[in-house]
Design a protein around this ligand. Structure first.
Ligand SMILES: Cc1ncc(COP(=O)(O)O)c(C=O)c1O
Length: 487
């Protein structure tokens, strides 16, 4: 049976169920499978015509043994997870007319219209499945830059096994994203708007890390997370790389390039691991906005934290791409001692310069760049004018990066991941198209509906967030699960 270990080397190996339900490993590291399963060209050939759910079943079965979840249960979980997606194919692929061999992979047809729905649709159902079997409850806490929050809230809403605490940096996400979280009437959904976050969503991640380290509190409210610290998110996100690849190629074995708008490196970590498993991807284009931590890491080996820039692609205004540590583990022959040493050094100094050999080990097959707001806006405009196709700002960052790095890319088919629907970012779309008379494709019925609903939620200043959460979550837990009402 495949076991899961911390990428920092602490604690004992755990089984799949424990890795999922715990979120973080006991030493604060990220869970990784002890070994990565291999996918051969023969296997890819057999999977070529599978539906998204069918392919997900094959890939997930490489990580989950049938003693933990039977084949039938896994199939049911997957079918249920993607039932509510707008398109039968779950992830449609659109060929961009203006660019030869450029294909847009539309990852935003779930209920909250961003790619976060893809991982969370399955992961939240998986939590619910395990918890019902154990007759237990958990408090789920997540930090969001605008998309994880709505997806988490939407999937947890009304689930008797889970309560959600969804932290977002107030004023740094769009009004549409905020409404997606705050208009759900369910009593188990607790949105928390946090004022004064000088480092944006990174400030919220830092508080979650502290809450995890507070063992009495963690045990009391049975804390876990479905942020991409959770292995389940990464595992699930490997599937769309396989799916996109198999849809695109004429014959299996052919190489393609893939461009990804990136912040925390969760999506790209999944892509990088899919390639390590055997998926023929030649080059990944890492598309950063002005918050260019990944670009620094992949262009000159410097992992450094700088001040935040507010950009029009706000969901990737992320300073610390923590999933890079998970990917790096597999690039340095799973040497957890090195990962721990580098993590500690980064935590202490706020930067780390990797040596040449390490840089070479992780950067092969990746190219990166930092895209300005002006470039993002002009890509939205040009793509719309040439194709009548409306990109969201994050998809536009990816396509801008492809245009900037064209010279360094082999002449292969290119899959450009678009991670959100433009309806979440109307102000940016207005700016890009220089009009407030937006085309129909800039709207989505779910966003229009949310505009008509009342909002609820907490607000707190960032400096009081940790104390406020401890107090409020404990009281909530006592009242809800210990049947001990607040007086
Ligand atoms: C729309 C959108 N695109 C891209 C990303 C970046 O994904 P990751 O953090 O996994 O790199 C995010 C979230 O962080 C997002 O919400």
């Amino acid at each position: 049976m495949l076991q899961f270990v911390s990428n920092k080397g602490g604690g004992d190996p755990v089984d799949f169920e424990t890795a999922i339900l715990d979120g973080f490993a006991s030493d604060g590291g990220l869970y990784v499978p002890e070994s990565l399963p291999e996918v051969s060209i023969d296997m890819l050939n057999q999977w070529k015509d599978l539906s998204y759910q069918g392919l997900a079943f094959e890939i997930l079965s490489l990580f989950i043994d049938s003693g933990t979840i039977s084949e039938l249960e896994l199939k049911e979980l997957l079918n249920k997870a993607y039932d509510s997606f707008e398109k039968d194919e779950v992830i449609p692929i659109y060929k961009l007319q203006s660019d030869n061999e450029t294909y847009i992979m539309e990852l935003f047809y779930g209920p909250t219209i961003s790619f976060k729905d893809i991982g969370l649709a399955f992961l939240v159902n998986l939590f619910d499945f395990f918890l019902k079997r154990k007759n237990q409850n958990l408090s789920i806490i997540v930090a969001t830059t605008g998309d994880t929050g709505p997806a988490t809230a939407s999937y947890i809403a009304g689930k008797s096994t889970l309560d959600a605490w969804v932290l977002y940096p107030k004023g740094l996400i769009t009004e549409e994203q905020e409404r997606q979280m705050t208009t759900l009437p369910h009593s188990n959904i607790n949105p928390v708007g946090v004022f004064n976050c000088p480092e944006g969503g990174d400030d919220l991640d830092a508080v979650i890390t502290k809450l995890y380290a507070n063992i009495p509190f963690k045990n009391k409210v049975r804390l876990s997370s479905v942020n991409s610290i959770n292995w389940g998110r990464i595992m699930m996100q490997t599937v769309h790389y396989f799916y996109g690849y198999l849809r695109l190629v004429d014959s299996v074995g052919e190489f393609i390039n893939v461009a990804v708008p990136s912040g925390g490196f969760g999506n790209l970590c999944a892509g990088g691991l899919a390639r390590k498993m055997g998926l023929p991807i030649k080059t990944f284009v890492i598309a950063n906005n002005k918050n260019a931590c990944l670009h620094r890491i992949f262009s000159n080996g410097l992992f450094s934290k700088e001040s935040i820039h507010e950009t029009v692609s706000s969901a990737i205004d992320i300073l610390t791409p923590f999933n890079f540590w998970r990917f790096l583990y597999f690039c340095v022959e799973k040497d957890a001692t090195k990962i721990k040493k580098w993590n500690d050094e980064f935590d202490k100094n706020g930067h780390i310069q990797f040596d040449k050999a390490t840089f070479k080990s992780y950067s092969k097959g990746f190219i990166s760049c930092s895209v300005s707001d002006a470039e993002t806006l002009s890509t939205i405009k040009n793509t719309f004018e040439k194709n009548q196709y409306l990109l969201d700002p994050h998809g536009a960052v990816a396509l801008s990066a492809v245009n900037k790095l064209k010279e360094r890319l082999d002449d292969l088919k290119l899959l450009c991941l678009t991670t959100a629907h433009p309806a979440k970012f109307p102000k940016t779309i207005e700016k890009a198209l220089s009009t407030n008379n937006l085309p129909e494709s800039a709207f989505h019925p779910s966003i229009e509906h949310a505009k008509k609903l009342c909002q609820k939620g907490y607000t707190v200043d960032c400096k009081h967030l940790e104390d406020a959460l401890i107090f409020t979550m404990e009281k909530y837990w006592e009242q809800t699960h210990n049947k001990n009402p607040i007086i």
